[in-house]
Design a protein around this ligand. Structure first.
Ligand SMILES: Cc1cc2nc3c(=O)[nH]c(=O)nc-3n(C[C@H](O)[C@H](O)[C@H](O)COP(=O)(O)OP(=O)(O)OC[C@H]3O[C@@H](n4cnc5c(N)ncnc54)[C@H](O)[C@@H]3O)c2cc1C
Length: 522
C-alpha cells in the first residue's frame, strides 16, 4: 500500500488529456497540484517515547516487532481519506505514531495494553490502514505518546466448520488473503468493499463495513457469529450460538467499536460455498426516482440479487466517459443500475428471472450483461482515479449516509445542495450503494477545483454535509464509521444518554482510556 495515495503503485494512472481538458472546462480545474514530498523528504515529528518505554515494549513483543523508524511510522500516520492524502503532501512536520508495535499473540496484546496503561501511552489498533474517517489519527489524547498496534501477524484461518458454514479468521488477514485461504477449502466470505484489497477482517468488524455484495451476503456485521477481543480489562469471547436470548448481544458493542473498546483478534464469520454460477444484467432507468422505486420493489419483494446498485444521471454519464464501456444510448440519458446474481444454476436462474420481472414492471430497460460485467471488472479501480484527480488540482472526496425509502429523495437533495453550496461549481455524483427492505444508503462523490487551502475547503464542505444529514434525520455514516471526522455528530445521532452509555462501557473495559482517543465516542 502506498503511504501517500491509494493502493498498489503499479495501478496508479495519469488522467488522459481529454479528461483534464473536460475538468478545466467544466469545473475550472487548472494546473497540477505538483508533486508532494517523497517519503525521504517528509519530516515527521520526533518520537515521544523514551528509551525506557521502547525497551519495555520490546521486552513484550521482541525487538523485531517494534519500530520507531520513520519508514514504519509514516505508513501508519493516518488512513486514506482525501484530508489524509492532502496532509501527506505537506512539507511541514507531520504527525505520526511514536512507534509501531506488532504483537503476535493475545497475551502480547494484553501485556502491551497493560504496559501502555501504566506508562500512559495511547494505543491505536491498525488493520489495513484504509480508514476514511480519521480512525487512525495518531491522537495522544492527553497521554505522553501514542503507538500504532498493527494486527498483521494475526493472519491465519483458525478454523473452518464446513458443516455449519463458519470460519474463524485472524483479525489481520486482508480481504484477498482471507478469501484465498477459504477458497482452498471451497468456501467464500463474499465481503467486497471497495477497499477489499487492503482492508482487514478486524477492520471490517471494527467499522461495520459494508461490501458491494451486501444485498446477497449481508453487511460484515451481519456475517459475524463471534468475536475475540482483548481489552485492557481482560479478554472477551463473544457469540456462542447462531442466535441467543441471553440478554443484550455484547457482540454489538464491539462491532463498530473502532479500536476504542478493545483489540479484535479473531472473528467467527458465516461463509458459503464458492458460487458455481454468476449472472449479470445492467438496466437503464429514465431517472433516479424511477430507478430508486425499482430497487425498492426488488428489495421489498425479496427477489435476491447478490449485487444491486443504481447510479444517478451524473454518475452514469461520468462512468460512461471514463470507461467507454457502458454501452447504449439509453445509458447516457438515464440512470444505470447493475444487478449480479450468484449461487447454483437453478437458484441464479430463478432469482434473476424474478428480479428482472420486477425491474421491467418498474420501468427499467435491459442493457444486457456487458455493462454489469464492466462494472465488476473495474470496481476496485475508482480510488486510483481520486489520486489522479488530486494530483491534477481537483478536490475529490466521497461520503455516505442512509435513511428510509420515504425520506431518501429529500436526503439526496439536502446533501447535494450542501455540497454545491460549500463547493460552488462542483460536480456531485450519487448512487444507491446498499438496499434494505425499509431504506437504502446514498453514496456521494464530489469533484471541485482545489482552492488555495484544500483541507479547509473540504472541512467546510464536510461540516455542511454532516449538518444536512443530521437535519434530515439520516445516519451520519452507513459504512465508513465514525472515527474523528464524524464524531461531532455522534451526540445528535445517539443522544446524550447514548453517549453516557458508551462512556460507561469505555470505563469498564478501558479504565485508563488509552484505546484510540478522540475517535467515535464524543
Ligand atoms: C478507497 C476506499 C474504499 C472504501 N470502500 C469501502 C466500502 O466499500 N465499504 C466500507 O464499508 N468501507 C469502505 N472504505 C472504508 C474502510 O476501508 C473500511 O472502514 C475498512 O473496514 C477498514 O478496515 P481496515 O482493516 O483498513 O482498518 P483500519 O483502517 O486500519 O482501521 C479502521 C478503524 O478500525 C480500528 N481497527 C482496525 N483493526 C482493528 C482490530 N483488529 N481491533 C480493533 N480495532 C481495529 C482502527 O483503530 C480504526 O479506528 C473504503 C476506504 C477506502 C480508502
Amino acid at each position: 500500500m502506498k503511504w501517500d495515495a491509494w493502493g498498489d503503485p503499479a495501478l496508479a494512472r495519469e488522467l488522459p488529456a481529454d479528461i483534464k481538458a473536460l475538468l478545466a472546462a467544466a469545473l475550472g480545474v487548472t494546473g497540477d497540484a505538483g508533486p508532494g514530498p517523497t517519503a525521504a523528504e517528509v519530516v515527521l515529528r520526533p518520537s515521544l517515547l523514551t528509551e525506557a518505554d521502547l525497551k519495555a515494549l520490546a521486552a513484550v513483543v521482541g525487538e523485531a516487532h517494534l519500530s520507531d523508524a520513520d519508514a514504519d511510522r509514516l505508513p501508519r500516520a493516518g488512513g486514506k481519506s482525501t484530508p489524509d492524502l492532502l496532509r501527506r503532501r505537506s512539507r511541514a512536520p507531520q504527525d505520526a505514531p511514536d512507534a509501531v508495535v506488532l504483537p503476535g499473540s493475545e497475551d502480547e496484546i494484553a501485556a502491551v495494553l497493560a504496559l501502555c496503561a501504566e506508562r500512559r501511552i495511547a494505543v491505536v489498533p491498525f488493520g489495513g490502514g484504509t480508514s476514511v474517517v480519521g480512525g487512525l489519527d495518531p491522537e495522544r489524547g492527553g497521554f505522553t505518546a501514542v503507538v500504532s498496534l498493527d494486527l498483521r501477524r494475526f493472519d491465519r484461518l483458525l478454523d473452518l466448520d464446513a458443516i455449519s458454514g463458519e470460519a474463524v479468521l485472524g483479525a489481520g488477514l486482508t480481504g484477498p488473503a482471507a478469501e484465498a485461504l477459504l477458497a482452498e477449502r471451497g468456501f467464500e466470505l463474499g465481503h467486497y468493499p471497495q477497499s477489499f484489497r487492503f482492508a482487514t477482517i478486524g477492520g471490517f468488524a471494527a467499522t461495520r463495513s459494508s461490501g458491494q455484495d451486501s444485498a446477497g451476503y449481508g453487511r460484515f456485521d451481519e456475517m459475524v457469529r463471534g468475536l475475540r477481543v482483548v481489552t485492557p480489562a481482560g479478554v472477551l469471547d463473544l457469540g456462542r450460538a447462531p442466535a441467543s436470548a441471553a440478554g443484550p448481544d455484547l457482540r454489538e458493542l464491539f462491532l463498530g467499536s473502532e479500536g476504542t473498546l478493545g483489540v479484535i483478534t479473531a472473528v467467527r464469520v458465516r461463509v458459503h460455498p464458492v458460487p458455481a454460477v454468476k449472472a449479470y444484467e445492467a438496466w437503464n432507468f429514465p431517472d433516479f426516482t424511477t430507478g430508486a422505486d425499482a430497487l425498492r420493489a426488488v428489495e421489498q419483494r425479496g427477489t435476491g440479487p447478490t449485487v444491486i446498485r443504481l447510479s444517478d444521471e451524473a454518475e452514469t454519464a461520468v462512468n460512461l466517459a471514463m470507461t467507454e464501456q457502458i454501452g447504449g444510448e439509453a445509458a447516457v440519458s438515464g440512470c444505470l443500475a447493475v444487478t449480479v446474481f450468484e449461487g447454483d444454476a437453478e437458484q441464479v436462474t430463478a432469482r434473476h428471472r424474478l428480479t428482472r420481472a420486477v425491474l421491467l414492471a418498474a420501468g427499467g430497460t435491459s442493457l444486457g450483461e456487458a455493462p454489469a460485467r464492466a462494472w465488476e471488472h473495474g470496481r476496485f479501480n475508482a480510488p486510483y482515479l481520486r489520486d489522479s484527480l488530486l494530483g491534477a488540482g481537483a478536490l475529490c472526496e466521497t461520503l455516505e449516509t442512509a435513511t428510509d425509502w420515504r425520506r431518501l429523495p429529500a436526503l439526496r437533495a439536502a446533501v447535494t445542495s450542501a455540497l454545491t453550496t460549500a463547493l460552488p461549481g462542483s460536480l456531485v455524483l450519487c448512487h444507491i450503494s446498499h438496499v434494505y427492505p425499509t431504506g437504502a444508503s446514498l453514496y456521494f462523490t464530489v469533484v471541485a477545483a482545489q482552492g488555495p487551502d484544500p483541507l479547509a475547503q473540504w472541512a467546510a464542505a464536510k461540516r455542511a454535509t454532516g449538518d444536512a444529514i443530521a437535519a434530515a434525520g439520516a445516519t451520519i455514516t452507513h459504512h465508513h464509521a465514525v472515527g474523528a471526522d464524524h464524531r461531532p455528530w455522534m451526540a445528535d445521532e445517539i443522544g446524550e444518554l447514548g453517549v453516557r452509555i458508551l462512556h460507561a462501557v469505555k470505563a469498564a473495559v478501558d479504565p485508563v482510556g488509552i484505546l484510540n482517543p478522540g475517535k467515535l465516542i464524543p
